[in-house]
Design a protein. Structure first.
Length: 645
């Protein structure tokens, strides 16, 4: 049934409607527009079975009538319908609710429906209505009853209507997200629709300023306009919209500072998301007065100064994302012990210093903690083991010390599924043997990489966190299916041989073991990694032949074994023959058609013999260390550091 979540008044109305039993059957006048609708379908999803001319249309699938036999509701979401929406639906003068969402309607949304004199809920989201949305028709001058308009998802690419809203005096919710609307955010929006409570314009191509008339939106609770091309500042008028609970403008080109005197006016605010803009200045201490704040997302701006200690007054905070800014100072001034609900804290890419605040270890619900690329120092406290839900932990590129202590502390965090600790523990010796021993039993059990069910071992909460995991100049992967299944242990000064167990990581797409001190042969088992797209074993001391079975890695598009001590002929069929000689450079004993050194008859493939004595378990240790924490995926930042050298 097509119902409205926003206004309780309408809910009551609908309830009344649905309770009313149809006493009379539908009239011919009602039946005709419906049959017209059916005729406009090129695929009817079986609708014709019940929509028969000789039956009461009030009994048809998806139709609800009132006591007078007039159609009040058309509920045909997800019916597999294709075709055009007939404007004659507007002939149904008692029609209140239309839900045609999640079908394949094409063409346009008839203005007769948008400007209907009866419809209060119109949901055509998730269709293919590509024709421009109609601007206000000159014939329409009086206020229209429409309360909820849902036109979201990948349809319209026209200019966003501006005048239309002037007659939408009753509009409560407008969801136009995830289209390709161009133009401006209409300044008439709240002037025309004083009851507007929800406005979702995110994922479009809107540009220009945020209109000052948002100050007139006294009922507005949810305002989302992220992922557009908006510029300018947050106008001070917007802080007059004191009903706002959800204010979200991420990924635009906004600038300016957060004014402490203004922000406190939004005392109902639960979500403030201004990430991915050009905001500067500090976070004002007055943020502590936003007692209802649950999400504070200001990542990827140019905000500086200290993380305000007043944040500890926002005791309902669930998520704090301040990554990639210029925050500095000693974080231990912030008392996290009041933030019992905190689930994610992301401070990556700032210049925060000091010892990481002990108070964080009381946030027992903490699931994701990212502190990478800051100036934190000191040891990892054993109290980190109190964080029983901790699933994602990145401490990379700081100045943490005492790797032995870190291992002991982290062993207690049983739920960690992603751990990044590289770029710390500089010049420390390898941990004691017993530390290694405690990891060895767990050798090669990387469940994520062995299974093709991406994400299955990830805490579902983590998937909701929206944490950008991977930062490269133009790449940002989210946790989930977009996660690259890569193992990057490059640049670690590892010694030892490549463990043959590597072949168990069958879902691996990228394997990088370059710039280590690995010796011995390339294990045959690498040929089991049938999905491998990139393999970099360069700059080691690998010996022996290139296994001929590597030819079978059909997806391999990057391959580098340069600067080793490999020998014999390069396999000439399959993928390997397609790589440049630079992939093989610096192996004087290799021969092949792409190299200066062509193979003579003497150079039969040598047998690679690895003596047991040569085998060291250090690499195995490094990998099993990851395994112990159930490391699903390791990325470029994952450098299990230089301390092994
Ligand atoms: C269509 O939108 C209405 C109003 O927001 C909503 O109640 C209904 O659930 C939506 N239909 C679907 C299938 O999402
Ligand atoms: C719709 O109404 C108009 C007049 O208001 C009428 O001319 C037309 O035939 C009707 N169409 C259908 C399909 O009911
Ligand atoms: C708008 O619709 C989209 C579906 O396209 C939905 O994901 C989103 O939550 C809706 N916005 C609001 C504020 O309800
Ligand atoms: C946008 O629309 C597309 C196609 O309908 C859908 O697959 C996608 O999930 C939508 N995105 C959002 C954020 O609603
Ligand atoms: C609009 O439609 C989407 C998808 O059908 C639904 O998730 C959303 O709740 C609807 N209502 C509003 C107000 O966005
Ligand atoms: C909108 O708000 C301004 C103050 O910012 C006020 O002067 C104006 O009268 C308001 N307009 C309406 C239509 O309420
Ligand atoms: C974004 O808006 C600016 C003006 O504010 C404009 O110069 C630029 O072309 C727009 N970019 C896109 C992709 O629309
Ligand atoms: C935070 O709360 C403390 C005591 O509860 C109070 O003294 C302080 O003024 C508050 N700070 C802010 C910025 O609200
Ligand atoms: C960031 O802000 C600082 C001043 O705090 C300024 O010097 C710097 O140029 C800004 N950087 C960018 C990229 O805007
Ligand atoms: C911690 O999370 C659990 C489960 O999500 C929840 O029941 C509990 O209330 C949370 N604790 C706090 C202090 O928020
Ligand atoms: C590192 O921590 C361990 C305890 O886990 C301690 O015994 C050792 O003394 C610490 N090493 C240094 C150099 O502080
Ligand atoms: C995952 O693997 C199973 C068999 O191991 C296979 O049946 C299934 O199609 C695979 N799924 C995907 C998404 O590759």
């Amino acid at each position: 049934m097509c119902s409205i979540t926003v206004p309780p008044v309408v809910l009551q109305l609908l309830l009344l409607l649905s309770l009313a039993s149809p006493a009379t059957s539908c009239t011919e006048e009602e039946k005709r527009p419906l049959l017209q609708f059916l005729a406009g379908l090129s695929r009817d999803g079986g609708l014709a079975v019940s929509w028969r001319d000789d039956t009461d249309c009030c009994e048809w699938e998806g139709i609800t009538c009132n006591g007078d036999g007039a159609v009040t509701e058309l509920s045909l979401a997800s019916k597999g319908l294709e075709g055009h929406i007939t404007p004659f639906l507007a002939n149904l003068t008692s029609l209140l609710c239309v839900d045609l969402s999640h079908n394949s309607f094409s063409g346009g949304l008839p203005p007769e429906l948008m400007f209907s004199t009866s419809i209060i809920v119109l949901n055509v989201s998730f269709n293919q209505l590509y024709e421009a949305l109609h601007e206000l028709q000159p014939s329409v001058t009086t206020s229209r009853p429409l309360q909820v308009l849902n036109i979201s998802s990948k349809q319209f690419s026209s200019e966003f209507p501006s005048a239309t809203w002037k007659v939408m005096k009753n509009l409560i919710a407008l969801n136009a997200s995830n289209n390709s609307f161009t133009g401006h955010v209409p300044s008439s929006i709240c002037l025309g629709s004083p009851s507007l409570s929800l406005l979702d314009l995110c994922y479009n191509k809107l540009s220009g300023d945020i209109p000052t008339t948002f100050g007139n939106c006294s009922k507005l609770k949810v305002l989302k306009a992220g992922h557009n091309n908006l510029s300018g500042i947050l106008p001070v008028e917007i802080f007059r919209a004191t009903s706002l609970e959800y204010l979200s403008f991420p990924n635009n080109g906004l600038q300016g500072e957060l004014d402490g005197a203004h922000i406190v006016k939004l005392s109902n605010l639960a979500t403030l998301d201004l990430g991915g803009n050009h905001f500067t200045g500090n976070i004002p201490q007055s943020i502590g007065q936003l007692k209802r704040l649950r999400e504070l997302h200001l990542g990827c701006n140019n905000i500086s100064g200290e993380v305000p200690s007043a944040l500890s007054n926002c005791t309902h905070l669930i998520s704090i994302v301040l990554n990639l800014n210029n925050f500095s100072g000693d974080l231990s001034k912030v008392n996290f012990s009041t933030l019992n609900s905190l689930k994610s804290l992301d401070l990556m890419g700032n210049t925060l210093s000091g010892i990481f605040p002990e108070s964080i270890y009381t946030c027992s619900n903490l699931t994701a903690l990212r502190l990478s690329t800051n100036h934190f120092h000191g040891e990892i406290s054993s109290r980190i083991g109190n964080l029983k839900h901790l699933s994602f932990l990145s401490l990379a590129d700081n100045s943490f010390t005492n790797i032995t202590q870190a291992f002991h502390a982290l062993k207690r965090c049983r739920n960690i599924s992603a751990l990044l600790i590289g770029g710390n523990f500089m010049n420390e010796a390898m941990p004691q043997d017993e530390t290694i021993d405690s990891f060895q039993n767990l050798q090669m059990q990387m469940p994520m990489l062995k299974s093709n069910k991406t994400g299955i071992y990830l805490d579902p909460i983590l998937l909701d966190l929206d944490l950008p995991i991977y930062q490269a100049p133009s790449l940002q992967y989210r946790i989930g299916s977009a996660w690259p299944k890569g193992l990057n242990l490059g640049q670690n000064k590892f010694t030892g041989v490549i463990p043959s167990e590597i072949g168990q990581l069958k879902e691996l797409l990228y394997l990088n073991l370059s710039f280590n001190n690995l010796y011995g042969g390339i294990p045959q088992s690498i040929c089991n990694l049938m999905n491998l797209q990139g393999l970099d074993l360069s700059n080691n001391h690998l010996t022996g032949a290139i296994p001929a079975a590597l030819e079978n890695l059909n997806f391999l598009s990057q391959f580098n074994v340069s600067n080793n001590d490999l020998e014999g002929p390069i396999p000439t069929s399959g993928q390997l023959s397609t790589f440049q000689n630079s992939s093989f450079d610096g192996n004087p004993k290799l021969c092949g058609p792409m190299l200066m050194h062509h193979c003579g008859s003497v150079e039969a493939a040598p047998v690679s013999i690895i003596s047991a004595k040569q085998c060291s378990n250090e690499v195995i240790f490094a990998i099993s260390f990851g395994v112990f924490f159930g490391v699903g995926v390791l990325y470029d930042q994952l450098v299990l550091s230089r301390y092994f050298g």
